[in-house]
Design a protein around this ligand. Structure first.
Ligand SMILES: Cc1cc2nc3c(=O)[nH]c(=O)nc-3n(C[C@H](O)[C@H](O)[C@H](O)COP(=O)(O)OP(=O)(O)OC[C@H]3O[C@@H](n4cnc5c(N)ncnc54)[C@H](O)[C@@H]3O)c2cc1C
Length: 324
């Protein structure tokens, strides 16, 4: 979390936009609103938004960011971020077109760009009778965001099928192929720090029976539509499950289903899903997280740690505990 609201557009951000825009093939924009690029649909603009077309664009952006000493944020599909109402006072690199490819990696593998849609990768594997990625069929992530978060569902996570990821170290101008061990993947986490961008990932799968793969996918999809709400913008699970417990059950047991702070609301269907209702501010969602965290702490002595990544400035930022 940054310590203060975004000031007027800094001269170094203008310079960064000019320098990156002069060379990069992808789109570069100043003060681009980020809310449409997130599933919460709230939050302010990027100082500079870069949508790289290829790895060369990343090299260019990385060199400029490093020289000017700017903060950098990597964005995939924005399904696990809460960006403050003042936005992000640095360079946002949004991975999409140019990084959306999917291809075979040997007999039983698949490789995909960091911007590829995770469910599309799972479906690509199904069409080739490759099993192992069914659990990810309804996680609305990019491959890069999924690897960075070690996304998972139904008792499995990407670290179980990931072989390696190609990671671009933006500030250092180098790219390395990292194994699961090197990525230090744990429950909804990796060791990837700021400026470490997953350009692509390679998954190792096993031959499977197409009908069985499709049946498992269907079971996971229908379980999701029965248990998860979708009527308003949200970011999936707001808090991580504490060891051996369910964050949603704790929030529900604290009597907080349907609880509202201004435009933000705890879902009445699944208490770990928080909605940003029309007109909501990111600050409302943040304040709701603070309230829920403190109520669950009071009721059960358990500190819920956010799964959603909190980005930018929030009033009362210190009131939310973000790590164990
Ligand atoms: C309806 C709904 C259901 C969900 N269900 C699940 C679920 O079942 N399981 C689950 O694990 N999650 C779930 N999520 C959360 C979310 O989809 C995952 O955390 C996902 O991995 C985020 O991917 P993204 O591309 O949207 O990343 P973003 O939200 O854009 O970014 C998330 C984090 O990853 C970083 N990041 C993004 N792309 C890259 C990259 N290329 N390289 C390096 N870092 C990167 C960002 O900087 C940020 O810190 C759900 C979300 C929603 C809205």
């Amino acid at each position: 979390m940054a310590g203060s609201p975004v000031p007027e557009l800094d001269e170094s951000l203008r310079l960064a936009a000019d320098e990156i825009g002069a060379v990069a093939a992808g789109r570069v924009a100043l003060r681009e609103p980020l809310a449409p690029f997130t599933s919460f649909r709230v939050g302010g603009p990027a100082g500079v938004l870069v949508e790289p077309r290829d790895e060369k664009d990343l090299e260019v952006a990385g060199a400029v960011v490093a020289r000017l000493g700017l903060d950098v944020l990597i964005l995939g599909r924005g399904t696990n971020v809460l960006i403050g109402d003042h936005g992000f006072p640095g360079v946002v690199i949004r991975i999409g077109k140019g990084f959306e490819w999917i291809r075979a990696a040997g007999e039983d593998g698949v490789e995909a760009g960091g911007g590829a849609n995770l469910p599309q990768v799972a479906n690509w594997a199904r069409r080739r009778s490759l099993a192992g990625m069914e659990f990810s069929v309804a996680i609305p992530a990019t491959v890069g965001g999924g690897v960075a978060m070690n996304a998972g569902a139904h008792g499995s996570s990407l670290s179980e099928v990931l072989e390696s990821a190609r990671v671009c170290y933006l500030n250092e101008g180098r790219t390395l192929e990292l194994s699961v061990d090197e990525l230090q993947m744990g429950y909804r986490r990796t060791a990837l720090g700021p400026g470490r961008l997953v350009c692509s990932a390679r998954f190792r799968l096993q031959p499977g029976e197409p009908a069985e793969i499709a049946a498992r996918m269907e079971k996971y999809r229908s379980h999701r539509s029965e248990t998860q709400p979708s009527e308003a913008p949200n970011a999936g699970s707001t808090f991580r499950n504490p060891p051996g417990q369910s964050a949603g059950s704790l929030i529900e047991a604290a009597g907080l289903k349907g609880y509202r702070v201004a435009g933000a609301e705890v879902s009445g269907k699944h208490a770990n899903f928080f909605f940003a209702r029309p007109g909501a501010l990111a600050q409302d969602v943040f304040d709701l997280m603070v309230f829920v965290q403190s109520e669950v702490q009071k009721a059960f002595g358990v500190t819920l740690i956010p799964e959603v990544r909190i980005i930018g400035f929030f009033e009362g930022a210190d009131a939310l505990r973000t790590s164990a």
